[in-house]
Write a protein that binds this ligand. Structure first.
Ligand code: ADP
Ligand code: MG
Length: 484
């Protein structure tokens, strides 16, 4: 679309993110909440809403919601009720969903993201509330019947609702990535969008740049990855601008995203929207959160990525980029911090993790927790390099793979055993340097005439002939002297 036309409008986006809590049991029943179990195997009379059954609140779910609220700088509500949201749900036998309408467990707050231009931006939240999930209807291809799996019915969710303050699909995606990172740090959800443990509805509207009032919003559903959320929002922005440019109106509706075509299709319009007739669930007593409970939850929180990042930059002297890569997951950050308990060369620790270690983990699909080389061993390698006993290239290409296969071996012993210890001995290196100088008389002349860049070529040649084991510092000095 014409950039001039795009420029007339400001997109406005608000997200509703459902995060499935990884509690062992459901939010109001003792049924297992395990994902992937045989269909309808975790379905008790409570999930089936048999008459006379009563819900009982899962304390862990409340704790998880509070943790997320604290991580998002929200106000934690100290008194709240649960509400019934009435609707015909084919996959929720009660005929209503238990949720929190007027008294969400967390109010306000914000999540800090980095925009594509590298600036920090706080995405303001409206609320985070607790609710139960619905079951899953499975529509088979070429079949008239629909199958129903009620295992998910009653599984604990939090819904994180932002204010309509996001203006680009990139920021929306960055927000989701940040929420997912927090959920994983807090260990309240695996954040897997493909499996549906984290789901996002995007509300999108368009307004003229200077308009103070927001436009009519469209809710887009059914995106199962960050990339698809971004695609769906971009598509929706274009579709709405095209409507307005044609002189037509955007109507409030719910649309579904088709990942194959990249298009959105109408599911239902606002006129068809239900009145959910919310009212307090009389089967559940109000939930009070005591000071001592809140304090104990606070003290059980791990250090979060933002805090760690700041410490890495301010106390360990790392760059912002290094800090952001190292805090991408809690496991990597923990590993890094443990290496730093054994070395003062924090930059080298960071380089080792961002380089050889991360490559190995990525290439082999290994999690940081399963990584066989101990942090102290990495610190030992760093020490060896800093003492000039081995160079980084040999350490990463030969010693590191050897340690992967012999993780119980001592670094120095293994390096000696593999004959990797660097040669810093002037007496043994001097003849090699002489040899190289004799082998390239023309280059030597050029060098002497002023082509100083040739030093690197001589250096490389000495390295090659010493099988990579020569100490670069010593060769450098020898070459310099002998080429005078
Ligand atoms: P509803 O009552 O239709 O559910 P809410 O006010 O609860 O609407 O908001 C639901 C979500 O829609 C929130 O994430 C909010 O930020 C977003 N939203 C509200 N109005 C707009 C708008 N005009 N454009 C884009 N998003 C919006
Ligand atoms: Mg709403």
């Amino acid at each position: 679309m014409d950039g001039f036309i795009l420029n007339k409008y400001t997109p406005v986006i608000g997200l509703e993110v459902h995060v499935q809590l990884s509690t062992l049991s459901k939010i109001f029943a003792a049924d297992s909440a395990m994902f992937g179990d045989a269909p309808n195997s975790n379905v008790s009379v409570i999930t089936l809403a048999h008459p006379g059954t009563l819900p009982k609140l899962n304390k862990k779910a409340v704790e998880f919601a509070i943790k997320m609220g604290l991580a998002c700088n929200s106000e934690i509500s100290r008194w709240q009720i649960f509400d019934r949201k009435n609707y015909f749900y084919p996959d929720l036998p009660k005929g209503y969903q238990i949720t929190q309408d007027k008294t969400p467990i967390c109010k306000g707050g914000y999540v800090t993201i980095k925009t594509s231009s590298g600036e920090k931006l706080n995405i303001v939240l409206n609320r985070i509330h607790l609710e139960e999930d619905a079951g899953k209807s499975i529509h088979l291809e070429n079949e008239v019947d629909t199958l129903i799996d009620l295992n998910r019915a009653g599984v604990a969710l939090i819904e994180i609702v932002t204010e309509p303050v996001i203006h680009t699909s990139e920021d929306a995606s960055a927000f989701l990535a940040e929420v997912r990172k927090l959920a994983r740090y807090l260990e309240i959800c695996d954040g897997n969008m493909e499996e549906g443990s984290m789901r996002c509805d995007a509300n999108v509207s368009i307004k003229l740049k200077d308009a103070s009032e927001l436009g009519k919003k469209v809710e887009v559903k059914n995106m199962n990855s960050l990339r698809n959320v971004q695609r769906a929002i971009d598509r929706e922005i274009i579709r709405q601008i095209e409507l307005l440019e044609k002189g037509e109106k955007v109507i409030s509706e719910t649309r579904t995203f088709d990942a194959n075509t990249g298009l959105t299709h109408s599911m239902r319009t606002k006129e068809e929207l239900n009145d959910y007739r919310y009212f307090p669930d009389p089967d559940l007593s109000p939930l009070k959160i005591s000071d001592s409970w809140l304090e104990s939850i606070k003290s059980s929180m791990p250090a979060l990525p933002a805090q760690r990042s700041e410490r890495y930059i301010n106390e360990l002297g790392l760059s912002e980029y290094d800090a952001s890569v190292l805090t991408e997951t809690k496991e990597i950050a923990n590993y890094f911090e443990e290496v730093c308990l054994h070395t003062k060369n924090f930059k080298a620790a960071s380089n080792w993790i961002m380089g050889p270690i991360k490559s190995f983990l990525n290439e082999n699909g290994v999690e940081a927790e399963q990584f066989s080389i101990k942090p102290a061993t990495i610190a030992d390698i760093i020490g060896l390099i800093d003492e000039g006993k081995i160079n980084f290239s040999i350490a990463s290409k030969q010693l590191f793979p050897a340690l992967l296969a012999n993780s119980d071996k001592k670094v120095v012993e293994l390096a000696k055993h593999l004959n990797l210890i660097q040669d810093s001995n002037v007496d043994s290196l001097s003849p090699i340097v002489d040899e190289v100088i004799a082998a390239f008389p023309e280059k030597v002349t050029e060098y002497k005439k002023g082509k100083k860049a040739l030093l690197a070529m001589f250096m490389g040649e000495v390295m090659k002939r010493s099988k990579g084991k020569a100490d670069p510092k010593v060769i450098n000095e020898l070459l310099f002297k002998k080429l005078q």
